[in-house]
Design a protein around this ligand. Sequence first.
Ligand SMILES: Nc1ncnc2c1ncn2[C@@H]1O[C@H](COP(=O)(O)OP(=O)(O)O)[C@@H](O)[C@H]1O
Ligand SMILES: [Mg+2]
Length: 270
Amino acid sequence: MIRVENLVKTYGQTVACNRVNCRFDDQKVTVILGGSGSGKSTLLRQITGLERPDSGSVFFDGLDLTKVSKSVLYEKRKKMGMLFQGSALFNSLNVFENIAFPLREHTKIADKVIRNIVTMKLEMVGLRGTEHLMPSQLSGGMMKRVGLARAIVMDPKVIFYDEPTSGLDPISTGVIGKLIKDLNTKLDITSVVVSHDIAASFKIADKIIILYYGDIIAQGTVDQIKNSADERIRQFVTGSPEGPIPFTRTDTNYVEALLSDMDKTAGNRQ
Ligand SMILES: Nc1ncnc2c1ncn2[C@@H]1O[C@H](COP(=O)(O)OP(=O)(O)O)[C@@H](O)[C@H]1O
Ligand SMILES: [Mg+2]
């Protein structure tokens, strides 16, 4: 359903996406896996039309989203749900208003109906009865689940998750992973998950795409990735510092990425 062709996105000297080609199949969970700074979030921003790429195409619903008008893009984006890194909840709004927000923004649905929709979505993420809580009263895992309820409130065809388990403890990570998988099945939805968590990704993915500094270095099923003979993939999967992929601390990209990851983790805890 979504096809990315020869997508290039640069920021100054940095080639964040380097002629990326990939496909996200209907009703499947595809995980884009890669270390910090490999271009995962950038790729998501291009696919969801939050940014325009330098060149290349993103086909969604039969249209190249990189070529359509703003109003067409706006319409298509209503079919996409997004769970951003760090959940991106509005701190001044309670759980109910956070989830209701897209409905109020994009539809004229009556308040009573909105109430029912929000209750139903909260139930789907296992947070029934939390409508009145403020984001500051939620744990990291709960915030992600509220973000998820908001992502599905408009009944999207596709959900994009940016690092849905980063900053979470192992139990919350398991809960979110199971939710992603369950929602994918129950709602017949297409799921695109960006992650650097290899173990969590293997549990939920129908297909894995591995990004390495803007290049796709592998695509396949979990078994194909696990059994790959390619040394770069083996190194990635086992997390080994020894191998063809350089993980030296003098690699400035690596250090920058590490620092930015630490910032993000700190942000998640706030
Ligand atoms: N808005 C931006 N301005 C400048 N550089 C950016 C911007 N967004 C991303 N980059 C750079 O592009 C590369 C890929 O970043 P990103 O997509 O955030 O990686 P990931 O999500 O895999 O950690 C990094 O080198 C990052 O510094
Ligand atoms: Mg990112």
